[in-house]
Design a protein around this ligand. Structure first.
Ligand code: COA
Ligand code: AMP
Length: 633
């Protein structure tokens, strides 16, 4: 079957297409309906069926003779540690961790938050939750205590699994004080915290609340897999929304397992037994889907890499891992390759390694600029596939499916919609636009298996955020166009989301933090093009009258505030003080126009602008800070 045929089948007869794909999963009980469309716009996949995701990802491989195969390779240049965990060992460790959670009273449907770095225990904790039918929610280590608190408040976990520390190349971060402060700040308190004591920085445990992970797991008896409904939640992953509280994207069990298994074979072209490496973080969706669940569901060996593409120790780190473990397919963000290219433009480190097994590089998380794609293709001599997806979908919406018949690559495009996604580009009135015309990228409902069925505890926000803009369609939040050959080009967001080093952040949330500073009368945060990270946030602030401060002091205070309230991952490092902000006559700040000024890209003077002279002032201020001439590298 080629890409086109698969698309036709999946669109015309989704029940047959996904029903057949579902045979790759082991079910305790078959479904009554493949697609349950009785309550539109809420669609459910495989309703009536029962399975256990952990059984499918771990136990069944042991049952089927893969017990000795390596399931997880842990490679940590920041601690100088390497570890291999076989499927049989993984089964034992996951079952014990599940036993420890069970002994703490965790049952099907309870929530467990994980605040963990890139160590095998993170995957073990996630799988242990899945084993019990508990719902995990992993919080990325680069988020602040306040962000953690908001997730604790929303998910209401019974237990939190956390590490004593995370390790960045430049510093060791104590997680425990952040965790304690988050619990203090949240109205909901977990009953227990299970702390992984890392030797680099051990944490103080509270006797009545905290347990030592290793000790408790050693004492626990293994827990068996609990059958859950295909439609039961497997996890919640919070992602930046346009305003306020992050959105709790829900993933179900059944559709997720089916979609990820299908994707391993057909999108990535990976067979069981091969080594698959997603160089991301378990705290992001890429980590959930392609470090933990998909490779393990497919019987692959997955790599948990606690390091960076550069500096740990050099720009040859990725090649070293690929050679050492015989990686077949690598998945990472374009920013990682921009970092490698910056440090080693001629890819001289590559000469030291033999990448015999290496077949393909997949990139996602942000738009891949053609220069980076072509550099990677040229240096590696393998197909480099840009593919487009979101936390909400959990797997690729558009890709060059290497397991189907691969299509010619067009740099700048994630190729074509993946079978199952009926992608349309519509104008503001909901009409399809002609090829070459930019519009809102939408997906006709139902979304395929694996995509979010709703937001945690908030059906209404789910509908308002994604389905209300155009009845019958999912609003992706991205703008782009199809070319004459049906290739999709994803160009920009239509909301306040920016992508910083492949990390999804809300400028609205940063504005909320800046606005709380006593000196700030008004502010705007825009994402400015950056040659390494794709985009970087820039704050423009107007001071209240009579404020006595220096620009440097204020900048330092605002940077510290964002770091404290959102986290270092926001990479918020620049503030410019301006007299006024440009607005429309109705008072809307013209962020898009300021972004164009900062990027030095052409812009159209908005017809509704209140005072065009302000744009000149902003341009001057930006140029004085060296901003207006940045171009993608
Ligand atoms: N825990 C705590 N802090 C973290 C963190 C974590 N898990 N991850 C990042 N941070 C901190 C960093 O230490 C840095 O802090 P600093 O401002 O004190 O230096 C800040 O957050 C920004 O981190 P990052 O964006 O990673 O920048 P960097 O300069 O350290 O590294 C790259 C730049 C390009 C090498 C890095 O972003 C990278 O490897 N990107 C790969 C992309 C990726 O994995 N994307 C995920 C989606 S696929
Ligand atoms: P996240 O939810 O963190 O995965 O971020 C999703 C957003 O990242 C998308 O909505 C896009 O804006 C952007 N994105 C991800 N992959 C790509 C890609 N291949 N091309 C363009 N944008 C992308």
């Amino acid at each position: 079957m080629n890409h086109h045929q698969a698309c036709v089948q999946a669109t015309q007869n989704p029940e047959q297409f996904w029903g057949e794909a579902a045979s790759a999963v082991d079910w305790y009980q078959p479904w009554e309906r493949v697609l349950d469309d009785r309550q539109p716009p809420f669609y459910r996949w495989f309703s009536g069926a029962q399975l256990n995701t952990c059984y499918n990802a771990v136990d069944r491989h042991v049952d089927q003779g893969r017990g000795e195969q390596t399931a997880i390779l842990y490679d940590s240049p920041v601690t100088g540690t390497k570890q291999r965990i076989s499927y049989a060992e993984l089964q034992d460790q996951v079952a014990r961790c599940a036993g420890l959670l069970r002994d703490l009273g965790v049952v099907k449907g309870d929530r467990v938050i994980l605040y963990m770095p890139m160590v095998p225990e993170t995957a073990i904790g996630m799988l242990a939750c899945a084993r019990l039918g508990a719902v995990h929610s992993v919080v990325f280590g680069g988020f602040s205590s306040r962000e953690l608190a908001s997730r604790i408040e929303d998910a209401k976990p019974k237990v939190i699994l956390a590490s004593s520390c995370g390790i960045e190349p430049s510093r060791t971060l104590a997680y425990k004080p952040l965790l304690d402060a988050a619990i203090e700040a949240s109205p909901h308190k977990p009953e227990h915290c299970v702390i992984l004591q890392r030797e680099q920085l051990r944490a103080e445990l509270l006797p009545e609340r905290d347990l030592d992970w290793a000790q408790a797991a050693a004492q626990a008896s293994p827990a068996e897999c609990v059958p859950v409904a295909a439609t039961d939640p497997l996890y919640i992953l919070y992602t930046s929304g346009t305003t306020g509280m992050p959105k709790g994207v829900v993933r179900d069990n059944g559709g997720h397992a089916v979609a990820l298994l299908w994707s391993m074979k057909h999108v990535y072209g990976v067979e069981p037994g091969e080594v698959f490496w997603a160089a991301s973080d378990v705290g992001w969706v890429v980590g959930h889907s392609y470090i933990v669940y998909a490779p393990l569901l497919n019987g692959n060996t997955t790599v948990i890499y606690e390091g960076k593409p550069v500096g740990t120790p050099d720009a040859g780190a990725f090649w070293r891992v690929i050679e050492e473990y015989g990686v077949s397919v690598l998945f990472t963000a374009p920013t990682a390759f921009r970092a490698i290219k910056r440090d080693d433009p001629k890819a001289e480190h590559l000469q030291r390694y033999r990448l015999d097994n290496f077949r393909a590089l997949f990139l996602a998380g942000e738009r891949c600029d053609p220069n980076t794609l072509e550099w990677a293709q040229d240096k590696l001599g393998v197909p480099v596939v840009d593919h487009w997806w979101q936390t909400e979908t959990g797997w690729a919406i558009a890709a060059n499916c290497l397991g189907l018949e691969p299509l010619p690559i067009k740099p700048g495009s994630p190729t074509k919609p993946v079978p199952g996604y009926d992608v349309q580009v519509l104008d503001d009135e909901g009409e399809p636009v002609t090829p070459g015309t930019v519009g809102r990228i939408m997906i006709r409902l139902p979304l395929p298996p694996g995509c979010l069925p709703t937001l945690w505890g908030n059906d209404e926000r789910f509908v308002q955020s994604y389905l209300a803009a155009q009845p019958g369609y999912y609003l992706s939040g991205d703008a782009g166009y199809f070319d004459d050959d049906g290739y999709l080009f994803v160009m920009s967001r239509i909301d306040d989301i920016i992508n910083v080093a492949g990390h999804r952040l809300s400028t609205g949330a940063m504005e909320g933090v800046l606005a709380n500073h006593p000196a700030v009368a008004e502010c705007a945060v825009i994402g400015v093009a950056d040659t390494l990270k794709g985009e970087l946030p820039l704050g423009l602030v107007v001071l209240k009258a009579g404020i006595d401060t220096t620009p440097a002091t204020l900048e330092a205070e605002l940077i510290a505030l964002v770091r404290d309230q959102i986290g270092p991952v926001a990479a918020f490092k620049h503030v410019i003080i301006v007299e006024r902000l440009p607005k429309t006559r109705s008072g809307k700040i013209l962020r898009g126009t300021m972004k164009s000024l900062a990027d030095g890209t052409p812009y159209r003077l908005p017809a509704t602008i209140d005072d065009p002279a302000i744009l000149g002032e902003i341009e001057q201020a930006l140029q004085a800070s060296g901003y207006a001439h940045s171009t993608p590298g």
